[in-house]
Design a protein around this ligand. Sequence first.
Ligand SMILES: Cc1cc2nc3c(=O)[nH]c(=O)nc-3n(C[C@H](O)[C@H](O)[C@H](O)COP(=O)(O)O)c2cc1C
Length: 271
Amino acid sequence: MDLIDGILSRRTTNGPFRPEPVSREHQHLLMRVAASAPSHFNSQPWRFVLIENPDTIAQVAEISGQSMQQLIEQGVFFERYRRYFRFSETEMDQRRDGIYIDHLPGPLRPFTRQVFSDAGLNLMRRLGVPARLGEDNRKLVAGSPLLLAVLLDRAEYRPGELSAFYSVFGMGGAVVNIWNVVGSLGMGIQFVSTPMEIPEQWQRLRDLLRVPATLELMAVYRLGYLPGTDRRPTIDWSSRHRKRLSQYVFRETCATPERDAADMVQADPVG
Ligand SMILES: Cc1cc2nc3c(=O)[nH]c(=O)nc-3n(C[C@H](O)[C@H](O)[C@H](O)COP(=O)(O)O)c2cc1C
């Protein structure tokens, strides 16, 4: 039951962590949890770098913040990901996917819906929002006591071959195992993903972490213990909704969506 509760309550942490280090015991537990994931032929193609050195963390934070500023300033972020943004509870209730932008800086709030349009982007630039978001992001990463780089063994990760898909699949399982248990250790986790969007910035991370030619850097995460309070970043979202069964499950063939529980109760009041 604990496992099921853990999975159902798993969340991404958008806010800051407490500054104290993550204990070695917890770090190693997370690594063992990751390594317990399934992999093709038990190949265990994942590799991890645990990063606690404040200088390294500061440099990753700088790269992440700069990447965030660049992505927002150039409109790349919204162009790429506009289709996932929801702007009202009603919209979120209907679609039940995507992220609901429910926290914006005061001056932007009246323009919530326009924020992600071209006009909104100009307004954001005039208000200095890209720099502010970049700085917010830098601080979030810099204030994280632990970064985790996830890599794949390139002997297994051979893009274009099925082996690459299997490796990514296994790596996903390993990372999700970590994601599922951090909550029970009082910890949180979030992708440090902005550098990944900009090839030159991603290369800077590869260099910083001295990634050898035999490994591929796949993802970077920030982790730490959660503070009691819920201080939210400048622009923030919630993404707690999940699709109804009928929106993502089929019965027997793809022609028949699974019926939602409420439908079943109506059809069979006794059940
Ligand atoms: C492949 C992948 C990429 C993601 N990228 C980011 C990201 O760049 N930044 C972030 O904060 N969360 C990222 N997430 C987390 C999702 O936004 C999050 O899982 C989703 O909104 C559901 O919210 P929850 O994890 O709190 O349930 C990513 C998740 C996955 C699986």
